[in-house]
Write a protein that binds this ligand. Structure first.
Ligand code: FES
Length: 307
């Protein structure tokens, strides 16, 4: 039996695992303890590759967007040459948030507090006189915006890490790369994040969100309204192939702690699974898309993408 002690080594346990018995028990307190959350930020989020955004969200040179990642405010931008970059959205002067808009196009950023300005490579660019800081303050880039230590991408999905010495992104992603390939390969024209953002916040521990994502069997109860809509939309309960949900059903171990659920979809998918209510035209369109997909990525991968 393996037991993981609380960080302070005192009374109680967070996790109790018994491989022989096949049990893995987690104390409920691990989901509510601020102490555990602080340690998770330090030992997980500060040491992982974290998703930042997709290349298509910054279409042109000098485009930028601001985003909160792993508890830190960031600027994700492209410079005049079109290179992708990531900076902490924190003024090196006295710590104010520099960029306050969610997105835009700019060759420079100006901090509202004392007016320090930076070009979109993060370099200090204030020409004001008199200077608002002593000469000794300006050394080794200390007046520039701070770059996020690591930025890398896979198939136009950009990730950052706050850990300079983290392993390279491709090895870290392990089997996730194939999932991203499935997403990126859907269209012969590449992938684009469509305009608009849906944001939501959850008053829950982040681990519950992960647990919920791997827990497919809650769907019928929790999302009953959605399934009723689906049945109506598809023309009755017999029109929905719910049995398909059990085909290829399972949780995939993608390596390095990554996982995904896999089911065969009983509902329609624009790429490339038609349902009766889309009519003959919808069916023909989907057949054409599936044929192109099959030719491009092969029949097995095409069906995984479509189904
Ligand atoms: S805090 Fe930004 S200019 Fe002073």
């Amino acid at each position: 039996m393996t037991t993981l002690a609380k960080p302070d080594g005192n009374a109680g346990r967070w996790v109790r695992e018994d491989a022989k018995a096949g049990t893995f028990k987690v104390s409920r307190e691990a989901f509510t303890s601020q102490e555990v959350l602080d340690l998770e930020k330090e030992r997980i989020f500060d040491r992982s590759w974290l998703y930042l955004g997709h290349a298509s969200e910054l279409k042109s040179a000098n485009d930028y967007l601001t985003r909160s990642v792993g508890g830190r405010e960031l600027i994700f931008n492209r410079n005049r040459k079109g290179e992708y970059q990531a900076f902490f959205n924190v003024c090196p002067h006295r710590g104010a948030q520099v960029v306050r808009e969610p997105k835009g196009n700019a060759i420079s950023f100006k901090c509202f507090y004392h007016g320090w300005a930076f070009n979109n490579n993060g370099k200090f660019a204030t020409k004001s006189s008199p200077k608002t800081y002593p000469e000794s303050f300006d050394c080794d880039g200390s007046v520039d915006l701070l770059r996020v230590p690591r930025l890398d991408s896979y198939r136009d999905f950009f990730f950052i890490s706050y850990d300079e010495s983290i392993v390279p992104l491709p090895g870290y992603l392990a089997g996730v790369k194939e999932i991203l390939n499935f997403i990126g390969d859907q269209s012969p024209n590449g992938m684009e994040i469509v305009g608009g953002t849906q944001e939501y916040s959850i008053r829950a521990n982040w681990k519950l969100l992960c647990e919920n994502s791997y827990d497919g069997y809650h769907a019928a109860e929790t999302h009953e309204t959605y399934f009723e809509y689906l049945i109506d939309e598809l023309g009755g309960v017999d029109a929905v192939n719910f049995k398909a949900l059990n085909e290829h059903n399972g949780i995939l171990d993608l390596g390095n702690g990554h996982a995904a659920t896999q089911v065969k979809a009983p509902w329609g998918r624009p790429i490339a699974r038609a349902i009766p209510t889309w009519g003959e035209k919808g069916k023909a369109d989907e057949q054409r898309i599936l044929a192109e997909l099959t030719e491009r990525v092969g029949p097995e991968r095409a069906l995984k993408i479509a189904d």
